[in-house]
Ligand binder design. Sequence first.
Ligand code: ACO
Length: 429
Amino acid sequence: MSNDSASLNLAGKDVPLPVMSGTVGPDVVDIRKLYGQTGAFTYDPGFTSTASCQSAITYIDGEQGILLHRGYPIDQLAENSTFMEVAYLLLHGELPNKDELDKFVYTISRHTMVHEQLATFFRGFRRDAHPMAVLVGVVGALSSFYHDSTDITDPQQRLIASHRLIAKMPTLVAMAYKYSIGQPFLYPDNSLGYTANFLRMTFGVPAEHYEVNPVIERAMRRIFILHADHEQNASTSTVRLAGSSGANPFACIAAGIACLWGPAHGGANEAALNMLREIGDVKRIPEYIARAKDKDDPFRLMGFGHRVYKNFDPRAKVMKATADEVLKELNISDPVLDVAKELEHIALSDSYFIDKKLYPNVDFYSGVILNAIGFPTEMFTALFALARTVGWVAQWNEMIADPEQKIGRPRQLYTGSAQRDYVQVGDRK
Ligand code: ACO
């Protein structure tokens, strides 16, 4: 609690409100007792000024372009750590020592297989189903296969469910891809690391040995780390809200996947690459910039702008460097990368984007990398879901363990009809 306090003057009455301080970042005004004291609610659609929880996992300073996981800057983690280290850090609060990491990696690798009947479940989908549609279904369906880890009051079951979700997501995402192209599912190979195993299950075939390219593996690892968590974003808040009712973790993560699918959130990487392809040539960029600025045109520059980052997205810097690395390694000269770089250059010197503080976000370059690696655009958001599962699970665990946790139940400003009497159907106009 801070020494400061706030007060609200409502209908001539002063209502004192406590102010709470975090480790770093803005103070928050505690309005929990406001309704009891005044009978009024606050109004904040989209939660632009509202903290929905306390959290010790991720810190973002949107003005400075800072992203910290448990205090560690994202660029240091992306450069130095493995995805498993980041997963452990998010879940347990500290970077693991060697023994802890070995044990964690071993545990996760022992949960990579999925129940054999899930393969049958997959076969119910159309081959052209969007991978996110498949994932919403199969991840939700995990609740029907792993009954022994759905009791959320048992910390051991919560931990097992968390390990299962982190371990099985690569298998399920790879299966969604294999199903869409009509190739057989590959079982996990636990002698490989998390990222290499995923690449093999996705691009390998049973008849051949799959050689993991270390540059691609590093790029994928970075993409996973950069997407692992992002504090109370829409999908994470969805996971918390679903979990606040006591729903099991598999159902909660399925809810997060559904939310992530939207083009304003996880669907943006797919939308950004589609937009770059549509622009096609640097000569056409001014036309699209003009459309983005036109109030009467719903078009937006996909991969630009962020609710929180109003300076730059620190993840976008790492992504841009990784895009260069991957294209060089694969010896690809992709005109889409030229369009992306020129678009960024033009937009960042245009007063519309400067004044509105619109910068490229993490998804602006990730599509170019994933495309070069060989993923079809429909898979992009599924890869985001794979990585974000770590953050969702960490945030879900934090919420369940929080003694102040309550069912999430926002209030509303009602604007419908006041009470009126029922009219029989024949008497209605
Ligand atoms: N292109 C053109 N104009 C934009 C863009 C854009 N990408 N983003 C915002 N603006 C403009 C809006 O038109 C608005 O202008 P106005 O004040 O004149 O009405 C102003 O900037 C503020 O925009 P809001 O939508 O109010 O900002 P908000 O914080 O609600 O939206 C969002 C953030 C949804 C990310 C938005 O910038 C957007 O739609 N971007 C494109 C989609 C995208 O890349 N999403 C990925 C987000 S990152 C992630 O999920 C990992």
